[in-house]
Design a protein around this ligand. Structure first.
Ligand code: NAP
Length: 682
């Protein structure tokens, strides 16, 4: 069967025979992949023109809702994906990371988009920058989706996770995707793409997939496109240097190989919970997905004094690992993804053996359970021990992308840090210690060389997500050898597909562009109290200026009695006078906020459903008994929750005194019904 590409809105088969894609356990040919004859320029055009236009017409919330629906749809089909995933050599547990981990990541990003992004097409980045004395000229950073395509070149090890964790941020940003799965396991990615296409949940052109090579696609890239590459450092270096990428400043995100380390701190000697946790984690990282994880622990850094105990414990833990057909009960570790990959891993083990001794695992004598070792891509867990860590080179540079790790002893903390740094940039490291000062020293020592550092001790281990798991809200990537890229990290990953620009202009112009009212912009005086207006009738800039209220000693004392807040600055003139900030008795800041609400609310039953918080509250100037305050409330930003029948309305709020000076400043956050009377909601 020829694996088809999904391009230009339909399935398309390349010319020629193509590369054979094989079952990792039996060697049987599953499909052949070729993209010969692909019109890559047309694929990019389709993405930019058809997919990009459709996405950019939607708001962040609409895109998030689409991704959420897609995630739920895929979850319903997961058993079909699990079944096919066995052919990649993955056990059910391995596939859980790939399939449910991938769908979960997509759903998590969709959730963040719905919760943390506005229902808008432009993302504001940071606060307004005042640029002029009179306030008529201001600056504001905004992010808009790039007008190109996101080209995702993925590794073979996580065909589903790798595709979905990149798809979700790009689509949420408003950028269509052309995905090129690694050929070895492209049949699984293709099945997921087929189900996505059938669902019609994504507009045409938003997702295309190339089975096989990308042909001359790179020649057609422009500065509006983004390449996100996952794979080996060699390929990344080659692609990064492509004339179009370098010459047209194409954004290039790389996640490459990595000699990740796990550091056992000197306090975590045998017999401590941290020692046991360390052994369990190293053994798990070596065997999950047969060690084919970019984040897997490759360097096992241990104090010299603990090295013998670590070796004995790891040997015991790895001895019991049953290797075989991942479909067979009792098998803990399946084969690598292909025989080619097996050859590659065995060659890299030979490289490592020049500096390290194999202390556990012999590929030659492996008898896989339920499978033919001659046909499948089986390798047992192989543990090595480095003879001279300080002078060794390969153990810090050679990645055997399989169930392989090397124990490397260090003499003291400084040497431990120095050895960790010799990986020259890794995706993830972990430190096992119950001594937080020691952990801090180790973490700060290795931090500049890592994208993520996990510290494990007895208090957090039970709920720890583990060394090797990239998580949707946390950054995945690393400096130097790890590629220098960054993905995920919540909404950080979305911004990789957007152009950030600095806008300069008048407050009114920037309000119109960004959709958020800026101080200095026009304040509209609506005929009715803005709290009487349902969501759609509210206009950005609608303003209420309240009546004045005098703050009295009686107010302050009543508030103190009611709340129990009898802080001396509110209660005692003489003690408050000694306070260098106040010089005399002042009102509670919280009283001002409460009094301001009393001044601005419209009490009658109406469209305002509730207040869900304040943002950016600052008490700017003390208010003394006898001062008179008033409030200005301006509709600052609106974000519709279309499915809920209400929208979030942010009000720019300023309390001033009788001299017109600002005493407090904040945003009031409300939920406002789309109906004049909320009981009309359906
Ligand atoms: P690879 O050879 O670099 O391949 C990675 C991807 O690049 C595949 O999709 C491959 O397609 C594609 N590719 C290769 N040459 C290309 C070219 N000239 N133009 C366009 N695309 C090209 O890596 P691998 O050996 O398959 O994967 C294992 C490596 O990936 C390991 O080193 C591992 O550490 C790394 N990895 C890193 C991460 C991470 O997040 N940092 C995650 C997983 C894996 P074909 O399959 O068609 O050749």
């Amino acid at each position: 069967m020829k694996l088809e590409s999904y391009v230009l809105g339909s399935w398309w088969a390349g010319r020629g025979e193509g590369a054979a894609l094989r079952d990792a356990t039996s060697g049987e040919v599953i499909a052949r992949a070729t993209s010969e004859g692909l019109d890559a320029a047309a694929v990019l055009r389709h993405a930019r023109v058809v997919g990009g236009s459709a996405l950019r017409a939607l708001t962040f919330h609409e895109r998030a809702a689409m991704l959420r629906a897609l995630g739920k749809h895929l979850l319903g089909l997961k058993e079909e994906f699990y079944e096919l995933s066995y052919r990649t050599g993955a056990t059910r547990a391995d596939s859980w990371i790939d399939i449910e981990g991938g769908i979960g990541t997509l759903l998590a990003i969709a959730g963040k988009g719905a919760r943390e992004l506005p229902n808008a097409r432009v993302l504001l980045d940071g606060d307004v920058e005042p640029l002029s004395k009179g306030g008529t000229f201001v600056g504001q950073h905004v992010c808009v989706p790039l007008a190109g395509a996101a080209v995702h070149i993925n590794a073979f090890n996580f065909p589903v996770w790798g595709m979905l964790e990149k798809l979700a941020p790009a689509v949420l940003a408003g950028v269509p995707v052309v995905v090129k799965p690694a050929t070895t396991t492209a049949y699984l990615a293709a099945l997921v793409v087929r189900r996505i296409a059938e669902s019609r949940l994504l507009p045409d052109g938003v997702l295309q997939m190339i089975a096989g090579g990308v042909g001359d696609l790179f020649d057609h890239l422009t500065g509006q496109d983004v390449v996100s590459f996952t794979g080996s450092a060699d390929t990344a270096a080659r692609l990064r240097a492509h004339a179009a990428v370098a010459g047209r400043s194409v954004r290039f995100i790389a996640e490459t190989d990595s000699l990740n380390c796990a550091v056992l701190a000197p306090d975590a000697s045998a017999g401590t919970p941290e020692f046991d946790l360390y052994i369990r984690e190293v053994a798990r990282e070596m065997t999950v997905k047969a060690g084919q994880k970019c984040t897997a622990i490759r360097r096992v850094l241990v104090p010299s004094a603990a090295a013998a105990d670590v070796v004995a414990a790891l040997r015991a833990a790895l001895d019991g690992v049953v290797v075989g057909d991942p479909r067979v009960d009792g098998v803990r570790m399946g084969p690598l993804a292909s025989r080619d990959q097996r050859r590659e891993v065995l060659a890299r083990i030979d490289d490592l053996r020049r500096e390290a001794d194999v202390i556990c695992g012999d590929p030659a004598s492996l008898r896989p359970l339920g499978a033919d070792g001659e046909r499948g891509a089986f390798v047992p867990p192989v543990l090595l021990y480095c003879r001279d860590a300080a002078r060794a080179h390969a153990v810090h540079a050679v990645e055997a992308f399989g169930p392989v790790a090397t124990v490397i002893p260090y003499s003291d903390v400084e040497e431990g840090i120095a050895l960790a740094r010799r990986g020259e940039g890794s995706l993830a490291a972990s430190v096992f210690s119950a001594d937080d000062d020691l952990a801090a020293q180790l973490v700060l020592g290795i931090a500049p060389f890592h994208g993520r550092v996990l510290v494990v001790n007895r208090h957090c281990a039970k709920e720890s997500t583990g060394h090797g798991s990239p998580l949707a809200p946390l950054v995945h990537g690393g400096p130097g050898r790890a590629g220098g890229g960054e993905e995920l990290g919540g909404l950080r990953g979305v911004q990789h597909y957007m152009q950030r620009l600095a806008l300069q202009g008048s407050p009114d112009t920037l309000t119109a562009i960004g959709g958020r009212w800026i101080r200095g912009a026009t304040q509209r005086k609506p005929a009715q109290h803005p709290f009487r207006k349902p969501f759609h009738e509210l206009v950005i800039g609608d303003t209420l200026v309240s009546a004045e209220r005098e703050v009295t000693v009686a107010d302050i004392e009543a508030f103190a009695a009611l709340t129990g807040d009898t802080f001396y600055a509110h209660m005692s003139e003489t003690e408050a006078a000694r306070n260098p900030l106040f010089g005399g008795r002042v009102a509670h800041g919280y009283f001002l906020i409460a009094a301001a609400a009393g001044l601005f609310v419209d009490p009658g039953y109406g469209p305002v459903l509730g207040n869900y918080g304040l943002d950016a509250l600052r008490f700017v100037k003390p208010v003394r008994p006898g001062d008179r305050i008033r409030v200005r409330l301006t509709c600052k930003q609106k974000s519709l929750r279309a499915d809920k029948g209400w929208g979030e309305v942010r009000w720019d709020t300023q309390i001033t005194n009788q001299a017109g000076e600002t005493v407090a400043s904040y945003d009031v956050l409300t939920m406002v019904s789309v109906h004049a009377m909320p009981d009309q909601a359906s």
